[in-house]
Design a protein around this ligand. Structure first.
Ligand code: HEM
Length: 290
């Protein structure tokens, strides 16, 4: 695994790379448990894991059809389509495509581990118009729906000064032929994937020490992909979330050292935003003793 902090630098930057479309979707060993979890969350928290505005419907349809085509092409042993049915033989589950006529993006988000969001221009600003997100990191769809990227990122320190312009530029110039991806990392005190806002962010943090940090903290990575939809011209943002216990860094001394220096360089307000401040000393002491 490549850890994004291995370089030891902390920088708020776009950091996008070009995406080979065959790598748009990734299936890993957590596939079954995460698809099951998505099914459960859809029943227990329907309005928290899906939201859409009417103008997104055509793009939702386009994403679902691109996704099904992609899955049948790149994972033909796993996915099978027949008429109105799409089947996943790995977990022995079949979905009726017609059941999702009003919310095709919800089916897209249940077929794979990725979450999906749609961004489309409103008054020349890219706004969130639909989201199928089962694995949010302390935010709520309802609070972001209909808003432009700058407002969505309002809680992120220095976003306006350092990122807003380049993210807006990227979205304007993104072409259907040249999709991109980037990696985001965070540190969390739970392996739970569904972290809706409201779940107390810092509940367990004070009890984390340099002795137990390896078992009580997790690295959370978001592999984010961005591609322009060829027909509707809007953008689909895909997010595959990965969780690893911090102790995984015991096998990667260079990455452990990189994390120490990235945290040491991180501005104070970013340490607060990312809930690193309360565990900073325990974290650094743990990593330096590895
Ligand atoms: C290249 C594009 C993007 C960049 C560089 C970017 C950057 C960031 C960064 C640095 C954070 C802080 C997260 C952390 O480090 O802990 C963040 C948070 C977030 N981003 Fe993005 N982002 C991008 C695109 C998007 C898109 C397309 C969406 C779609 C809605 C989005 C939604 C969010 C949300 C909801 C948060 C959490 C905000 C909160 O705390 O309320 N981002 N983003």
């Amino acid at each position: 695994m490549h850890f994004p902090f291995t370089s030891g630098k902390w920088q708020l930057k776009l950091g996008v790379q070009s995406l080979d479309l065959k790598d748009w979707i990734q299936i890993d060993s957590h596939f079954q448990s995460e698809i099951d979890l998505k099914e459960q969350l859809t029943l227990s928290h329907p309005s928290e894991v899906f939201g859409s505005l009417p103008q997104s419907l055509e793009s939702q349809r386009e994403i679902l059809s691109l996704l099904i085509e992609h899955l049948l092409t790149y994972f033909p042993q796993i996915y099978h389509a027949q008429g109105n049915l799409i089947q996943n033989s790995l977990i022995n589950k079949t979905w009726q495509i017609d059941d999702f006529a009003t919310n095709p993006l919800a089916l897209a988000g249940r077929l794979v581990q990725e979450d999906f969001l749609i961004l489309q221009p409103v008054d020349s600003q890219y706004c969130l118009t639909a989201a199928s997100v089962c694995f949010p990191l302390h935010w709520k769809i309802a609070e972001k729906l209909g808003h432009p990227l700058a407002m969505i990122h309002q809680p992120v320190p220095q976003y306006q000064q350092k990122l807003s312009h380049s993210v807006d530029n990227l979205f304007t110039r993104l072409s259907a032929e040249n999709p991109v991806w980037r990696l985001n990392w965070s540190l969390v005190d739970t392996p739970d994937l569904f972290l809706a806002k409201g779940i107390k962010k810092e509940g367990n943090l004070p009890t984390i020490t340099s002795e137990n940090a390896g078992d009580r903290l997790w690295l959370r990575f978001e592999r984010q992909s961005m591609r322009r939809l060829p027909k509707t011209g809007n953008i689909v943002f895909g997010v595959h979330t990965y969780i690893e216990p911090l102790k995984i860094l015991a096998n990667s001394p260079e990455a452990a050292q990189g994390l120490v220096s990235a945290v040491q360089q991180m501005p104070f307000e970013m340490q607060v935003y990312k809930s690193i401040l309360p565990v900073r000393d325990a974290l650094i002491a743990y990593l330096e003793n590895l």
